[in-house]
Design a protein around this ligand. Structure first.
Ligand code: G16
Length: 547
């Protein structure tokens, strides 16, 4: 059907700063709201795609401030660029993993996900736009490079005159030549996780006093959690916290880590701690797992999932392989070695897992940045990870502490922490990182004599599936005692620069596996600071945050 909607071509000046980072374009709301800013970026995406005539696109976001306006703008640009079928989350809301699932389920050409993930929201907060391709995963590097190059030269965009579109009523709506499906993504996503986990077993365990407490941090997962943990599994409402999505996340920082969610950590230390405490981030792809008295490092969480995957109905047939991002600890490598399956080391960024997932080389993957996932979607998935742990506790009847300790006894423990240095002056951050990267072996001469270096390099990834090469993905120093220091600059911030320093110390002796993590890693942290000359270059004598 030919569209009779009026299509306007608007002339514009290109912006020079629309370079997607680790996961899409992330900017302050005030930047995205500049004249034609969103429009030129979205048009740059369309100019970089070869859209077929019958293209279906999925659209939704985490509900942060500006979500609704951006959705309407993207609909109008999509229509003007020939899109005739849109699948949109009700009220413009979709969690990131649910959006990935919808793209796959409907074999859509791709989708836009509006989120700045765990970054703060509200008018003074951050906004983000990700384009995901037909496999449900984030645009690969080659595509984001093309989008960026296009955005620097674009001089017009196309936009349709549209009437107001009601995004609230689910169902199929026709608007001229455009077919819009408004979907309730909670029910779609919930069916997906029910096909993976043993809901009867989990519900029976909860009825039998297994307690989970979940904090949605006023992000997108609240309604999903109410349905899945509450209605399906019987978790009492007072154990599902902050479950109303808010455009500014209630003024908080929707980042599930011990620094930003101290309440759950405090609850875990009380004598009547729930058996499992967990949180997810603004867009629902990250997870934090906390057990009574103890947070589980995301690196350990991945290793434990791999070691116990056969306990979960969806993974009973075993895992073909596993992948972790380079800065993530080697805990999963030890499990993979015992299972005799490959463990791939990829750059930071979920998109690097997607080729491995698509080709069937791996079934599980994870990152230190509180992300874990599997082949069920092509994004990391916070609620999935939490259900994995819940299913494990319910099926094995073991406490989380028992699972963790047994794992360490068997495989050894990788003490792991990340030191984040927020550096206001990006030139100083670049100087520091470039000096590390250009000659790591020379930098290693600063090491104390008792630290025997086994390797030092700037990480280059050779994708085994499409053979693409990604350079400059972090600098790593490995030592004879199986400890490691890794440096990279964050790719998700919207101001200044954050130097991430990842510390890993391996301990095989069970007697030494329950020491204070911060104290164990402090000497390695001091070496890392000296090695990179952090204080002289940045003026920072200590990390801004230890995660
Ligand atoms: C994004 C990516 C993750 C990555 C993380 C790293 O997470 O999706 O794969 O590990 O960024 O962030 P940084 O570059 O700041 O270290 P999210 O949850 O922000 O989309």
């Amino acid at each position: 059907m030919k569209s009779t909607l009026k299509i306007n071509t608007i002339e514009c000046q290109p912006y020079q700063d629309q370079k997607p980072g680790t996961a899409g374009l992330r900017k302050k709301v005030s930047v995205v709201r500049q004249d034609h800013y969103l429009e030129t970026y979205v048009q740059s995406v369309f100019n970089s795609l070869s859209l077929p005539d019958d293209a279906t696109l999925v659209l939704g976001g985490d509900g942060r401030y500006y979500n609704n306006e951006a959705i309407h703008t993207i609909i109008a640009i999509a229509v003007a660029n020939g899109v005739r079928h849109l699948i949109i989350g009700r009220d413009g809301l979709l969690s990131t993993p649910a959006a990935s699932h919808l793209i796959r389920k409907h074999q859509a050409f791709g989708g836009f996900i509006l989120t700045a993930s765990h970054n703060p929201g509200g008018p003074d907060g951050d906004f983000g736009i990700k384009y995901n391709t037909g496999n449900g995963g984030q645009a690969p590097e080659a595509l984001t490079d093309t989008i960026y190059a296009t955005s620097k030269n674009i001089n017009s965009y196309r936009i349709a005159d549209l009437p107001d579109i009601d995004l609230h009523a689910t169902g199929s709506h026709r608007l001229d030549a455009l077919q819009i499906e408004i979907v309730d993504s909670v029910s779609d996503y919930s069916s997906l996780v029910q096909s993976i986990f043993d809901f009867d077993c989990m519900a029976a365990a909860i009825a039998n006093n297994l307690r989970i407490r979940f904090d949605a941090l006023h992000g997108i997962t609240g309604p999903y959690a109410q349905h899945i943990f509450g209605e399906l599994l019987g978790t009492p409402a007072n154990d599902i916290l902050n479950s109303t999505p808010l455009p500014d996340f209630g003024g908080g920082h929707p980042d599930p880590n011990p620094v930003d969610v101290p309440g759950l950590i405090a609850d875990s230390l009380s004598p009547d701690s729930p058996d499992l405490l967990a949180a997810s981030d603004g867009d629902g792809d990250r997870n934090m797992i906390v057990l009574p008295g103890q947070m589980v490092s995301p690196c350990d969480s991945l290793a434990i999932m791999l070691a116990n995957a056969r306990e979960i109905p969806g993974y009973r047939n075993g895992m073909p392989g596993v992948a972790r991002s380079m800065p993530t600890s080697m805990a999963a490598d030890r499990v993979a070695a015992e299972l005799n399956i490959p463990c791939y080391e990829t750059p930071t960024g979920w998109r690097f897992f997607c080729n491995l997932l698509d080709s069937g080389a791996i079934g599980l993957c994870g990152e230190e940045s509180f992300g874990t996932g599997s082949s069920h979607v092509r994004e990391k998935d916070g609620l999935w990870a939490i259900l994995f742990w819940l299913n494990l506790l319910a099926t094995t009847g073991k406490s989380g502490g028992q699972i963790l300790n047994e794992h360490w006894h068997h495989y050894g423990r990788d003490y792991y922490q990340r030191y984040d240095y927020f550096i206001e002056d990006t030139a100083a951050a670049d100087e520091l990182f470039n000096s590390l990267r250009s000659d790591p072996m020379n930098i290693a001469k600063r090491l104390p004599q008792n630290k025997t270096l086994t390797a030092a390099d700037s990480f280059t990834y050779h994708d085994p599936v499409d053979h693409s090469i990604s350079e400059n993905q972090g600098v790593r120093f490995s030592f004879a005692d199986q400890s490691r220091i890794v440096y990279r600059l964050s790719g998700t911030g919207t101001s200044g620069a954050t130097l991430r320093v990842y510390l890993q110390h391996f301990e095989a002796d069970p007697q030494k596996q329950t020491l204070n993590q911060t104290e164990v890693l402090q000497p390695l942290g001091a070496i890392a600071s000296h090695l990179a000359d952090i204080e002289r270059i940045t003026g920072l004598s200590r990390p801004t945050a230890i995660i």
